[in-house]
Design a protein around this ligand. Structure first.
Ligand code: PEP
Length: 257
């Protein structure tokens, strides 16, 4: 963790859940957060469920985010959703550049950067994902890949995002090979990459970069969360599979204390 930075535990619900299931999961997370937790909580359902989950969580300490947005504020883009629409529906955050978006939809660093600008302009806090593939790690290129993604994906205003939920954008380091696989990097490898990310943020954004949250994502579970969250420059988690079970998600949040 970074001294003085409150951790964030964010759930990426991906393409899961009916309306009723999303409501039940959100309600269970909300109820579990009563009494306080040592981390901020965020849940990111599909576009379809953002408004309903936001309404259900209104007045609770659990924030709502989306999993993507378009780079334009409106227009002829069939099937897409704009950042101002998400803000209007009650979202405060948006995940951008997740490796599944980069792989499934060909998103480039430039795409992600444009989306992050659009999100910030709409008052959403962007959570920009970076991370190497297994081949890149085995080739000794993990740090170089992540540094290049950071340089290309973050807009200049990333440190000073005009957002209701926080003053700066958020980074999620997610090694592609650790997502949904049950495998994680060693603690030393996580600490090394997070240290590199911190150095790049500080070099580019100065003092603001020192306080920006850097989340770890990739097979975070109740059993490994405490050790990962204790590492330097790990300021929370972006959680996929385990965020679909309220008890596991809440256990991860408790492990941040
Ligand atoms: C993710 O896709 O953001 C993720 C971290 O997934 P999982 O926790 O299931 O590895």
């Amino acid at each position: 963790m970074t001294p003085g930075v409150r951790p964030l535990i964010a759930g990426n619900w991906k393409m899961h859940g009916t309306v009723a299931e999303a409501a039940a999961l959100a309600g269970a997370v909300r109820d579990g957060a009563v009494g306080g937790l040592p981390a901020d909580l965020l849940v990111c359902p599909t576009f379809l469920h953002v408004a309903g989950v936001a309404a259900l969580l209104a007045g609770s300490p659990v924030a709502v985010g989306a999993q993507d947005c378009h780079a334009a504020a409106k227009g002829a883009h069939t099937g897409d959703v704009a950042a101002p629409m998400l803000r209007d529906a009650g979202a405060t955050h948006v995940i951008l550049g997740h490796s599944e978006r980069r792989a499934d939809h060909g998103e480039t660093d430039a795409t992600v950067r444009a989306k992050a600008e659009a999100a910030a302009a709409a008052g959403l806090t962007p959570i920009v994902c970076v991370g190497e593939t297994e081949a890149e790690r085995l080739a000794g290129r993990a740090e170089a890949v992540v540094e290049a993604q950071l340089a290309g994906s973050l807009p200049d205003g990333f440190a000073g995002v005009v957002a209701p939920a926080g003053g700066a954008g958020i980074i999620a380091y997610e090694p592609v090979w650790a997502i949904g696989t049950g495998r994680t990097p060693t603690e030393a490898d996580i600490a090394a990459i997070h240290g590199t990310i911190r150095a790049r943020l500080a070099a580019r954004f100065g003092a603001a970069g020192q306080g920006m949250r850097i989340l770890y994502g990739g097979s975070m579970k109740p059993g490994n969360a405490r050790a990962i969250l204790a590492l330097p420059n790990v300021d929370g988690g972006l959680v996929g599979g385990a965020s679909l079970v309220a008890a596991d998600f809440l256990a991860i949040a408790r492990a941040a204390g």
